[in-house]
Design a binder for this molecule. Structure first.
Ligand code: BES
Ligand code: ZN
Length: 653
């Protein structure tokens, strides 16, 4: 079937898989590939017309421009998965059984999100006998995948038989060599932002909340864990059962399979890891239980039963991912001195900001990440004290300033317009650090106790709901703005949320420890202090990072050599410190450091480290070297890291 739309190409049409951008002004073609089943042409036309009639300019609050799902017609309540994990074929295959509520009598097809899935059959399960249902997969859009349209014929329970493809964007398959133990393969999923659709056919939108259950079959030596009720005592018999009884957005569905063992850290907290990592991880993160208790005291009860960590192999593309009940964590934060545990505080904090109260669309990501970054700092203060709190905040502020220096205006807006864009490609510190700074200003303005009360009520009020930026604004109008009319104004809220850059009188976090670092750095740079006269004996990785990040762009070969000789920076074991040093190595063409650049980039897959290093290599005349390293390393990278860094190194393709 092929139909041509005579309308101007609208940004919203991207949601239909039309390959046009916001700037296109030419008529667009919608092509829908059919499978053997019949297409429901009228329904396609109706949806196309509805979307085409939307105003091109205005973003509609609450519209998810990154999902095809017709959530206005159907709510999927529960998904029951029955899956086989096949490491030889690199596929997850089986069935997804969906319980569906129709929201109107229109009898439209159900549209689900998929990406590179093979759909083998769709059956209705309502009657005494299963009924084969007609379905078709639409044309694939590079960002969004393919809409799966199912003619429900009135059925409320349907079973989709499907298989993932080996290159699924949300799944990484690791060979034994890529694991710590080198004996067994490993698999993990990463669904945020829009990758759940690459391993489950579903309404893949953060405003679609579901409960789920799963039966997962694996090779016998391995253990499967999910963002659900894991049982560390479950026999390793190759079959695992899970329930997630609380409604979660689709991006929080997660699965990992590997040679995993469990160690308790506290009553409600524990860690899953490969055996050789288990003790080190449990030691590094032993404060998790205390963090959980401290957070509950301020922000209300933890509502997810257990809070466990899963330590992944180093190719995990993020620092952490807040999968409910089981945060996924990069091993690169096991520094030996708890210096990078803010990551755990962050993923834990998402149990309130994000998992309990969820951004309704990716434009609203700041509601997840800004609130979480603010909470992270507060948790760090409760557990590690004031110095650490001030350093964490100041480092975040520096990250924000450096992003704001680089980004164009549109990307400095907290409620960012992502229409027509791949959410993975626009990741920045803005929703995190600007969001957090905004909340910090509110705290300073109305007082900490008052602001804590507000947050606690906010989490209660919106618990288990997905909300938009405008929902947040409406809520503050009837709470904070009504309570503190002399101190707060709606205008200022809107400036923070909708204006680029930083407001002139925005708060500026200040750290006395860093003031001392600044003094020493300046004195060394102006020649009045020798490196060996700097007292670094009490410096933590925070001071080191701040010391290095604050260096001028250009250092002389002598200065680089002196730093390295004095502080052994090329051998730094802390990955944050190593990363900051290697950025200087690349920018200053410091030859003795390049072997370490190579080993770093080929052993770590965390995109926060990869992206700036590859970009710096490219910008400093080392594109060939960057490509060489990337080509060697990419077999070990997650599909997301491959995608994002390919775009940097091969922009023309
Ligand atoms: N939820 C994010 C990771 C994420 C965000 C994945 C958006 C995909 C799209 C996670 O909680 C996170 O923020 N991780 C950070 C942690 C850091 C800020 C402490 C990371 O991975 O670096
Ligand atoms: Zn986060």
């Amino acid at each position: 079937m092929q139909l041509t739309l005579r309308h101007t190409c609208l940004a919203a049409l991207v949601a239909l898989g039309v390959g046009c951008t916001e700037k296109d002004q030419t008529p667009a073609k919608v092509t829908v590939e059919e499978n053997q089943a019949t297409a429901s042409t009228e329904a396609d036309l109706a949806t196309a017309a509805a979307i085409a009639s939307a105003d091109e300019k205005a973003i509609e609050s609450g519209v998810d421009y990154h999902s095809y799902a017709n959530m206005q017609d159907y709510t999927v309540q529960n998904i029951a998965l029955d899956l086989d994990v096949n490491f030889d074929q690199k596929t997850i295959s089986g069935t997804a059984t969906l319980d569906i509520d129709a929201l109107n009598e229109d009898g439209k097809p159900l549209i689900l999100d998929t990406r590179a899935l093979s759909i083998n059959a769709v059956d209705g399960l309502d009657g005494p006998q299963t009924a084969a249902l007609k379905f078709k997969l639409g044309q694939e859009d590079a960002h969004l995948g393919s809409p799966l349209s199912i003619d429900l014929a009135g059925q409320k329970k349907i079973r989709i038989s499907y298989s993932t493809s080996p290159g699924a964007s949300g799944v990484q398959w690791l060979t034994p060599e890529q694991t710590a133990g080198k004996q067994h393969p490993f698999l993990f999923t990463q669904a945020q932002a829009i990758h759940a659709r690459s391993f489950v056919p579903l309404q893949d939108s953060p405003k679609a909340r579901i409960t789920y259950s799963a039966t997962v079959r694996t090779p016998k030596a391995l253990r499967a864990v999910m963002s659900a009720n894991n049982d560390p005592k479950a026999d390793k018999d190759g079959e695992y059962h899970f329930e997630m009884p609380q409604k979660v957005p689709s991006y929080l569905i997660a699965l990992a399979v590997g040679d995993l063992e469990f160690k308790a850290m506290g009553e409600r907290t524990g860690v899953y890891a490969e055996p050789s990592m288990l003790d080190a991880a449990a030691k590094e993160f032993e404060d998790t239980e205390a963090m959980l208790i401290a957070t509950e005291k301020v922000y209300g009860p933890y509502r997810w039963d257990r809070y466990d960590l899963l330590i992944l192999p180093p190719s995990f593309p993020f620092g952490g991912m807040e999968n409910p009940r089981l945060s996924f964590i990069t091993p690169t934060v096991i520094a030996g001195d708890k210096s990078l545990t803010a990551l755990i505080a962050h993923e834990l904090a998402h149990s309130w900001s994000g998992n309990l109260v969820t951004n309704a669309s990716w434009r609203d990501l700041w509601l997840n990440e800004g609130f979480t970054t603010y909470l992270t700092n507060r948790i760090m203060q409760l557990i590690y004290g004031d110095d650490r709190y001030r350093m964490e905040m100041a480092l975040g502020y520096e990250d924000l300033k450096s992003d704001i220096a680089d980004l164009d205006d549109a990307r400095e807006i907290m409620a960012i317009d992502l229409r027509g864009m791949d959410p993975d490609a626009v990741f920045s510190n803005v929703p995190y650090e600007k969001g957090s700074l905004f909340l910090y200003e509110l705290e300073n303005t109305i007082g900490r106790d008052n602001f804590d009360k507000f947050l606690r009520n906010y989490f209660d009020h919106f618990a288990f709901q997905s909300i938009t930026t405008e929902d947040f604004l409406a809520y503050v109008e009837s709470t904070l703005l009504a309570q503190y009319p002399d101190k707060l104004s709606k205008e200022r809220f809107e400036q923070w949320i909708f204006q680029p850059g930083l407001l002139e009188d925005a708060p500026k976090p200040h750290s006395p420890a860093f003031e001392n670092v600044d003094k020493n750095r300046s004195a060394w740079l102006d020649g009045s202090l020798a490196l060996d006269a700097i007292d670094v004996s009490k410096w933590t990785s925070h001071e080191w990072k701040y010391f290095l990040d604050g260096m001028p762009e250009a250092l002389s070969p002598e200065q680089m050599a002196a730093l390295d000789a004095q502080f052994n920076l090329t051998s730094a074991g802390n990955n944050e410190v190593a990363h900051s040093w290697l950025m200087l190595v690349v920018k200053n063409d410091y030859q003795p450091g390049f072997e370490r650049v190579h080993s770093f980039l080929t052993s770590i897959g965390r995109n926060k480290f990869l992206r700036p290093l590859y970009r710096a290599l490219k910008e400093n005349g080392k594109l060939e070297l960057a490509r060489e390293i990337f080509e060697e390393a990419k077999v070990g990278y997650h599909p997301l890291s491959v995608k994002v860094n390919s775009a940097i190194l091969y922009p023309e393709s």
